[in-house]
Design a protein around this ligand. Structure first.
Ligand code: ATP
Ligand code: MG
Length: 433
């Protein structure tokens, strides 16, 4: 819109046109205020009733809250105004009227439950705190991309409609593809691996993954954003190093570039994690969990870590940490075992004290072992021929990982529910908006 001034840029002495939403109307009798809000902040518009045109005052005072308005006038210094300046209006135009009955109060004076907020995200994101979460999410993605580029990796995009799943059959969403069965992709795993054997060698992808999770939980979505990395000639240790770099870069980006947003969310001393993330073996992890005495039953070798176990260990460690050397049988077929011990996989998880953030590992790049792995996990290697075939034509050793984008934002900001970090979450009950 021509000649529009953002509220944050309005300077005393200027004649400015601001455009935004009617945040609040305060009528004090002889004097009244209309607070206009835009993406940069708010500004006070002052109406001195006796000195101003009646029509102008009537329009200004008659505006329904959250209507879109355009105000032109002189910007003046005013100590008592919330931002130190105010506009004395020459004209007020209601550009788009808002219904006086709002489903949600963007001024935040009336609390709304999460479900109401998700049903009315447009209004919800007019609130400073909610907007801050999504500005921070955008900064996380920006800094993660930059970190990947610094690591010399190329951004790729792989198909989300696929013929086969990779992460377990029960979590697949089937769809019909021109009369043929197809699925929504659970992970870019196989595609990113195919690319490390290409001329690209080191790749990353930020894109949706689809999981038909059985239950609603505060940390699972049915459509999530996966931050994936894969590199030729990397082993699992190299992959963990890259993972640590990328996660720290996300925190550093937010600490540096989101001060206002952090303040809006009430963080006074937000800091990027310092020092190396501890690396515990799976064996050490179950011993430490057992030692906390938090679980009713002791864990034994081969058990997957239950949620309460992860919590107990997270409290014990108190920072981000890796769990390495998982039993091969509980990691997927594409993860390589240790050369000197077939029972041990090179798979690793990066944990935030509250939950899993990343799974990764070195991959099986030897054709015969790979096909054997499929059979051992009860998968038909023929269905994956498009993938296995490429391992016959020079597939380098490689490693990588997948990081849950929403879990990263959620744990970084201490959000109680992962849905807070998604504009329009998909869960068992929620298919629209
Ligand atoms: P969990 O055990 O927590 O359900 P997972 O081991 O099944 O996760 P992976 O297949 O290892 O998940 O996926 C890699 C990462 O992607 C996870 O560590 C997590 O951060 C994220 N992720 C996976 N599934 C979901 C989901 N349903 N909702 C949100 N994030 C997810
Ligand atoms: Mg995992």
């Amino acid at each position: 819109m021509e000649d529009r001034t953002y509220t944050a840029d309005a300077e005393p002495g200027q004649t400015a046109t601001v455009a935004g939403w009617a945040h609040e109307i305060r009528d004090l009798g002889g004097i009244a205020f209309l607070i206009v809000r835009d993406t940069t902040g708010k500004i006070q518009v002052k109406f001195e009733k006796d000195e101003m045109d009646d029509d102008l005052v009537e329009t200004g005072m008659g505006v329904n809250r959250e209507s879109v308005v355009k105000v032109t006038g002189d910007v003046e210094e005013e100590e008592r105004a919330p931002t130190g300046v105010e506009i004395v209006p020459e004209s007020v135009e209601v550009v788009a009227d808002a219904d006086p009955e709002l489903p949600l109060d963007p001024s935040g004076k009336v609390d709304a439950d999460l479900s109401t907020r998700l049903d009315n995200r447009t209004l919800d994101l007019r609130k400073e705190e909610t907007k801050a979460i999504f500005e921070i999410r955008a900064e996380v993605l920006r800094s993660v991309r930059e970190a990947f580029r610094d690591l010399g990796s190329t951004e790729i995009n792989t198909p989300k409609i696929v013929a086969t799943g990779t992460e377990g059959g029960t979590e697949l969403f089937p769809i019909t593809y021109f009369g043929q069965e197809a699925f929504m992709n659970q992970s870019p795993q196989l595609f990113k691996q195919l690319m490390v054997g290409s001329g690209l060698e080191r790749v990353f992808e930020i894109g949706p993954i689809f999981r038909a999770e059985e239950h609603n939980t505060p940390r699972h979505l049915n459509e999530a954003t996966s931050i994936d990395f894969e590199s030729a000639f990397f082993d699992h240790e190299d992959a963990m190093d890259a993972c640590e770099t990328v996660v720290k870069a996300a925190y550093e980006g937010v600490a540096e570039n989101c001060r206002d947003e952090l303040e809006a969310l009430g963080y006074e001393d937000f800091e990027a994690p310092e020092g190396d993330f501890p690396r515990l073996t799976y064996e050490e992890a179950i011993e430490r969990i057992n030692a906390t005495g938090e679980l009713d039953e002791q864990l034994v070798w081969g058990d997957d870590l239950p949620t309460e176990g992860e919590k107990a260990l997270g409290d014990d460690v108190g920072s981000h940490y890796f769990i390495t050397d998982w039993p091969s049988e509980i990691k997927p077929f594409y993860i390589k075992d240790h050369d000197d011990d077939e029972q041990l996989s090179t798979g690793f998880d990066l944990m935030h004290p509250n939950m899993e953030l990343v799974s990764g590992g070195q991959r099986e790049h030897r054709y015969d072992h790979l096909v054997e792995g499929f059979e051992q996990q009860g998968l038909d290697p023929d269905a994956f021929e498009y993938y296995t075939k490429m391992f016959k034509y020079g597939m380098p050793p490689h490693a990588g990982w997948g990081l849950g984008g929403e879990r990263l934002v959620m744990t970084m900001l201490g959000l109680e529910n992962i849905r807070e970090a998604v504009l329009f979450p998909r869960d068992r009950q929620r298919l629209s908006p």
